[in-house]
Design a protein around this ligand. Structure first.
Ligand code: ME8
Length: 637
C-alpha cells in the first residue's frame, strides 16, 4: 500500500495573552481550515500551533503577579487552548517553548551553530533602565525614559552572541531566485528584497545576559537564547529534531506551509531560512504572509476599547459564523476589516439566506411530498444537466483556489453553487409539480438533484465550517460523505430527517446595530478612576499660572513633543516640553493663553530643558489644552 502524502502546516507560536482578539484567531482558523482540507483530501497532515513563552516582558509580568514565570503562564495557556477549542481548532500538537524537548533542541541548535563558527561573541548596545534591569531600543523609549517605570535610562553595552546572517546572504538570494514560491503572496518578495536584502543583512543578536527568563546557552551559561532562534526553532523541535526520536521530523519536514502575519514575514523568510541553511536541512516550501484584520482600519486592542473575547461571538452567533467570516472576509494577502455587524450581515446573507434556507426548504419539501424519501433521478432535462455540470466542476475549481491559499475565492465558488441551487428551485417550481400526480416522478428527480447538490457543496465546505456540515450530513442522513464519494449520483436514495433543524436563525441587524451603537457610546465615555484623597494643603502646593504661548516648535528628536516658550507674567519666559504634538500644531499653539504648572522641578526631556507643565484634559484618545481668558500671570485656585 502506498503511503499517504504528508502535509505539515504551522501557525506562529503566540505570545501568552489573556486578551486574544478576533485578529489572533484569523491565523489559527485559516491554518485549521487548510489542515482539515488537506486531511479530507487524503493527506497525512500534521498541524502545529503553540506559545512563545520566554523574555523580559513575561518575567516582569510574573514578578508583578508575585509568581514564577511558569506559574504565571500556565493558566494563560489553558485559556488559549480553551479559545482554540471554542473555534473548533483541531491541532495535532501545541508546543510550548518551555517544553523540555524544545529547550533541549534549541540548546543543541545553538551549540551546533557555535561549534561550526556561525555564532560569535560581540556586544549588544541599547538603553538600559537599572531599576527594571531592562534594555530598550530607542524607539521603545517614552519621552526618552523607561517605558515601564518612567525613569532615566542610559546607553549601555553587554556581551552577547550573534548569528552570521551576512555570511549566508548570497546563498539565500540564490535560493530565493530559484524558489520564488517560498514567499507567498509572491509580491512580498520585492518588499523583502528592497528593505532587507539589498541594504545588506546585519548579523542577528541571538543571546543576552540581562534577560534571565530564557533558555540557557550551553557554551556560556551567563547568557540566555534571545527571541528568534528560540521561537523559530519550534517548527522543528516539535517534530523531535536532534532528539532520540526524530521520526516525526523525518516524516514531515520540510514544512509545506508556515502561515504567519505580515509583520513577522521577514523573520520567517530571511532569518529562518538562513538558520536552516546553516543547520544543513531543507527549507520550508512556502511561507504565507497574511494581512491583518483591522477595526475601522486600525489595530485591534484592549486598550483601544475595540476588543471583545472571540468566545462571546461564538456564543452569540455560532462557531461557524465566526469561522466563515474570518475565512471569507480578508482578501488574499491584504488587510480586512472586522466589525460585529459585518460578521452578522455575512452570517445572515450567506449562511442563513443561502445555505440554511436551501437545506431547510429541501428537507421540508422531501418530507411534504415524499415522506422524506427521495430516490435517484432517472430522467435528466437540459436544465438538470447544466446544473449538474456546474456542480461537478466545483471540486477542481475550489481545489485550485485552496492550493493558491485563496480561501475567500474558494468559498465564493461554493456559495455560487448554493445560489444556483436556490435558483433551480425557483425555476423548477416543485410546489406546482406536486399538484399533478403525473409530475411526481419529475418532482422526485428535481429534489434528488437539489439534495445531491447540497451534499456536494457540504463536502467542499467541511474544512471551513465543520460543525455545520456535520449537521447537514446528519439531517440528510449522508454521514459517510467525503471527497472520495463526491461525484453527483453517488447517493442511491435519500431518507432525510422528519423535521429540518434551522442551521442559522436570522439575527435582526437593525436591532444589533442599535445595541452596538449604544455599547460604543458607553465605551467612549471616559472611565473615572479616582486617585487617593488629598487635603486642600496638598492641592495648594501646586502653583498654576495663566501663561501665553510665545513660540512653539516640534522637538527635533521626538515627533510627539512640542517645545514652547511661554510668558507667565512679570516678563518671565519659561521653556516647556509637552507631549501634545499629535493633537496641537505649533503654529496654532502660539498665542493661546494656557494653564502652566509653574512650581514643577525642571527636567530634561529628550535632551531639552523643561521648566513646568501645560495643563491638558485627556480621555485616552484625545488631548485638549485648557485655556483661560484672564490676563497672563493670573493664578488658579
Ligand atoms: O508574533 N489580524 O506572536 P503574536 C491578523 N511570538 N493577525 C493578527 C492580528 C490581527 N489583527 N493580530 C495578531 C508573535 N495577529 C511571535 C511569533 S513565530 C516563530 C513567533 C497574528 O502573539 C500575528 O500576525 O504577537 C501573528 O501571525 C500571530 O497573530 C501571533 O502574534
Amino acid at each position: 500500500m502506498s503511503e499517504n502524502k504528508t502535509y505539515y502546516i504551522t501557525t506562529p507560536i503566540y505570545y501568552p495573552s489573556d486578551n486574544f482578539h478576533i485578529g489572533h484567531c484569523y491565523t489559527t482558523v485559516t491554518a485549521d481550515a487548510l489542515a482539515r482540507y488537506k486531511k479530507l483530501k487524503g493527506y497525512d497532515v500534521y498541524f502545529l500551533t503553540g506559545s512563545d513563552e520566554h523574555g523580559q516582558k513575561i518575567e516582569d509580568r510574573a514578578k508583578k503577579a508575585g509568581c514564577t514565570p511558569k506559574e504565571f503562564i500556565d493558566p494563560i495557556i489553558d485559556n488559549a487552548k480553551d479559545l482554540w477549542k471554542s473555534l473548533d481548532i483541531n491541532y495535532d500538537k501545541f508546543i510550548r517553548t518551555t517544553d523540555e524537548e524544545h529547550v533541549a533542541c534549541v540548546q543543541k541548535i545553538m551549540q551546533k551553530l557555535y561549534d561550526q563558527g556561525d555564532i560569535y561573541k560581540g556586544a549588544y548596545e541599547g538603553w538600559y533602565c537599572t531599576p527594571c534591569e531592562s534594555f530598550w531600543t530607542e524607539s521603545q523609549l517614552v519621552d526618552g525614559k523607561c517605558p515601564d517605570c518612567g525613569r532615566e535610562v542610559k546607553l549601555m553595552k553587554e556581551d552577547a552572541y550573534f548569528l552570521k546572517l551576512s555570511k549566508y546572504q548570497p546563498q539565500l538570494e540564490a535560493y530565493l531566485k530559484e524558489h520564488p514560491e517560498l514567499m507567498q503572496p509572491e509580491t512580498r518578495y520585492n518588499e523583502m528584497y528592497n528593505n532587507f536584502l539589498k541594504p545588506g543583512l546585519k548579523d542577528l543578536c541571538v543571546s543576552r545576559t540581562s534577560v534571565k527568563w530564557g533558555i540557557p546557552v550551553t557554551f556560556d551559561p551567563e547568557q540566555t537564547v534571545y527571541v528568534w532562534v528560540d521561537a523559530l526553532s519550534n517548527y522543528i523541535s516539535a517534530l523531535g529534531y536532534l532528539s532520540d526520536d526524530d521520526s516525526l521530523f523525518q516524516k514531515y519536514w520540510p514544512a509545506n506551509l508556515h502561515l504567519v502575519g505580515k509583520e513577522i514575514f521577514r523573520f520567517h523568510t530571511i532569518i529562518w531560512p538562513i538558520m536552516l541553511m546553516a543547520l544543513n536541512i531543507p527549507l520550508p516550501q512556502k511561507v504565507y504572509g497574511h494581512g491583518w484584520l483591522t477595526i475601522g482600519g486600525g489595530k485591534i486592542s484592549k486598550s483601544k476599547g475595540n476588543y471583545k473575547d472571540p468566545r462571546e461571538f461564538v456564543k452569540d452567533y455560532g462557531v461557524d459564523a465566526v469561522r466563515y467570516f474570518l475565512l471569507s472576509e480578508v482578501p488574499f494577502g491584504s488587510d480586512g476589516n472586522f466589525s460585529e455587524l459585518l460578521m452578522v450581515e455575512r452570517r445572515n446573507s450567506d449562511l442563513c439566506n443561502v445555505l440554511g434556507n436551501l437545506v431547510n426548504r429541501t428537507i421540508s419539501m422531501a418530507n411534504k411530498y415524499f415522506g422524506g424519501t427521495v430516490s435517484k433521478n432517472v430522467n435528466l432535462t437540459d436544465l438538470d444537466k447544466e446544473v449538474i455540470a456546474y456542480l461537478e466542476a466545483m471540486d477542481k475549481e475550489v481545489d485550485e483556489k485552496v492550493e493558491a491559499l485563496n480561501i475567500p475565492n474558494a468559498l465564493s465558488l461554493i456559495f455560487d453553487r448554493l445560489q444556483r441551487l436556490n435558483k433551480y428551485i425557483d425555476e423548477t417550481e416543485p410546489w406546482k409539480l406536486a399538484k399533478d400526480e403525473a409530475s411526481l416522478p419529475r418532482l422526485n428527480d428535481v429534489l434528488y438533484t437539489i439534495l445531491e447538490g447540497v451534499r456536494l457543496c457540504a463536502v467542499e465546505l467541511e474544512a471551513f465550517i465543520p460543525s455545520t456540515v456535520a449537521n447537514i450530513y446528519r439531517q440528510l442522513n449522508v454521514e459517510g460523505s467525503s471527497f472520495a464519494n463526491n461525484q453527483f449520483g453517488n447517493t442511491d436514495s435519500y431518507k432525510v430527517v422528519e423535521k429540518p433543524e434551522i442551521l442559522f436563525a436570522r439575527i435582526d441587524e437593525k436591532e444589533l446595530a442599535k445595541k452596538l451603537e449604544e455599547a460604543e457610546k458607553e465605551a467612549a465615555a471616559p472611565v473615572i478612576e479616582h486617585l487617593p484623597e488629598i487635603g486642600i494643603e496638598d492641592f495648594a502646593k501646586v502653583e498654576m499660572t495663566v501663561g501665553e504661548v510665545k513660540e512653539s516648535k516640534k522637538h527635533e528628536k521626538a515627533d510627539k513633543l512640542l517645545v514652547s516658550k511661554i510668558d507667565i507674567g512679570n516678563g518671565e519666559i519659561r521653556q516647556i516640553v509637552s507631549g501634545i504634538a499629535e493633537h496641537v500644531k505649533p503654529e496654532e499653539f502660539v498665542g493661546k493663553k494656557v494653564i502652566v504648572v509653574t512650581n514643577l522641578k525642571p527636567v530634561k526631556i529628550r535632551g531639552v530643558d523643561s521648566e513646568g507643565m501645560v495643563v491638558c484634559a485627556e480621555n485616552g484618545k484625545e488631548i485638549e489644552v485648557i485655556t483661560s481668558s484672564l490676563p497672563v500671570g493670573s493664578k488658579l485656585r
